[in-house]
Design a protein around this ligand. Structure first.
Ligand code: HEM
Length: 410
């Protein structure tokens, strides 16, 4: 769990206007409203005020469990399907090696509804869950495929992807939502639904819940049998990369420029810690080493607002700013509109305007929300299929943070 200081930046007139829009609009972002952001002037108060943090809410699954296991006969067992560890995949749904949207239609038909109930209630209590889940999903898929390798907990014998520096900021709320979903699923159809599928379905539910598109999610992924502590820092894009370097990463994994730009639209949700963009606003130097008060590609009002908001970030590294300053809790194309106006938060966001390979796509998505949703949907479906394990390549974990054959020792 982490304490967050989410700051909405109202220092500059421009941003005051932006904040006014956010506050007054009919679609008050959930994060803002729950964080009490409609309240005072200047708004800065922290997501801490929103009571964000894992484990604050009684999980439905636990409540269900409390009702007595005896009252709920797992459907799989009722159907005579002995799904569980070591049971051939055919028993756990569809033919081995093939993903399909109705993979669980016989063995756990309510799987998506169960996950949706858990993550929706989590999102209502902790509005940062959606962004967190989406980022966890991306970090899972880009490193050895969508196989829940990011969920493995480190042990005293072995590290895991969670130990990689880039993953330290993955939010506890997202992991908590996965744990609760899995718990609820295990009550109804034990040993059937993989943690990798939980991540894929939970991400879609939350994208849709925050206003984004409902895209197809084929199912039947297996969970990994390994989790590397070093791979994430190598495989994932960092906030100080150039667009060229980011494109290399995406192209090497078979994604196109268009898919990279569309997927980056996920930054319409959530926030980034000040350290991720500090070099743009403090002691800025351009490529030739020439100093400037801040990165000149930034809207000056925005840059000054961020400077004020982040000034204590070295003392308090939990301070963060919304990725999309205009509609932070709403899944929409505002991220691209912001980039056009110099309101991109990370240099990797704003650089998509400077780079002529990506700018036309930013313009297209900024002008056309439907085009963004269509391309995001296709790209998310593709991302969700990236490097998936089927058949004997993986297992269906009983709990998402550990391999079935015991604690992580490899
Ligand atoms: C294109 C290169 C990308 C870079 C350089 C990048 C980098 C980052 C960074 C530095 C953060 C802030 C983390 C923090 O301070 O806690 C962040 C947040 C986030 N990223 Fe990305 N990202 C990229 C692509 C993506 C993609 C493809 C997705 C999903 C499909 C994604 C989803 C998110 C989300 C939802 C957040 C907010 C997380 C939260 O609020 O907890 N990012 N990203």
């Amino acid at each position: 769990m982490r304490r967050l200081s989410l700051l909405l930046l109202a220092a500059a007139a421009l941003l005051a206007a932006a904040v006014a829009v956010v506050r007054a609009g009919p679609e008050m972002p959930q994060a803002a409203s729950v964080a009490g952001m409609g309240a005072g002037p200047g708004v800065p108060q922290a997501a801490a005020a929103a009571g964000m943090g894992a484990g604050t809410q009684v999980p439905k699954a636990a409540a269900a469990a409390g009702m007595g296991a005896g009252t709920q006969v797992p459907q799989a067992a009722a159907a005579g399907v002995l799904a569980g560890p070591g049971v051939p995949q055919a028993a756990a749904g569809g033919p081995p090696g093939k993903l399909s949207p109705d993979f669980y239609s016989q063995t756990c038909p309510r799987a998506e509804r169960i996950i949706a109930e858990v993550v929706q209630s989590k999102q209502m209590a902790n509005p940062t869950t959606a962004a967190g889940m989406l980022r966890v999903f991306f970090h899972d898929c880009f490193v050895t495929g969508c196989d829940a390798s990011v969920l493995i907990a480190p042990t005293r014998f072995a590290k895991s992807e969670k130990d990689a520096e880039i993953n330290h900021s993955l939010p506890g709320d997202a992991f908590d939502a996965v744990v609760r979903s899995k718990l609820a699923l295990e009550l109804e159809c034990p040993g059937v639904v993989s943690c990798a599928d939980v991540l894929a379905l939970a991400s879609r539910v939350l994208v849709t819940m925050t206003g984004g598109p409902r895209y197809p999610v084929p199912l039947g992924r297996k969970d990994s049998l390994s989790s590397s502590p070093t791979a994430p820092d190598v495989e994932l894009p960092h906030s100080n990369f150039t667009v060229g370097r980011i494109l290399e990463l995406f192209l090497a994994k078979g994604f196109t420029v268009q898919e990279m730009v569309a997927l980056s639209g996920a930054h319409t949700l959530g926030f980034s810690h000040c350290q991720e963009f500090a070099s743009r606003i403090y002691n800025y130097r351009d490529k030739t080493g020439k100093p400037a008060p801040f990165d000149p590609t930034m809207n000056p009002g925005y840059a000054k607002g961020l400077q004020a908001a982040c000034k204590e970030y070295l003392k308090d590294p939990t301070i963060a700013a919304f990725n999309d300053v205009m509609t932070p809790g709403k899944f929409d194309n505002m991220y691209y509109v912001n980039i056009e106006r110099g309101l991109g938060l990370l240099s990797t966001d704003e650089d998509m305007w400077s780079d002529l390979r990506t700018r036309p796509l930013v313009e297209r998505y900024a002008a056309n929300n439907t085009a963004f949703f269509d391309d995001f949907s296709r790209a998310m479906e593709k991302l969700s299929m990236y490097g998936v394990k089927t058949g004997a390549d993986g297992e269906i974990r009983r709990r998402c943070d550990a391999y079935n054959d015991g604690p992580n020792t490899v």
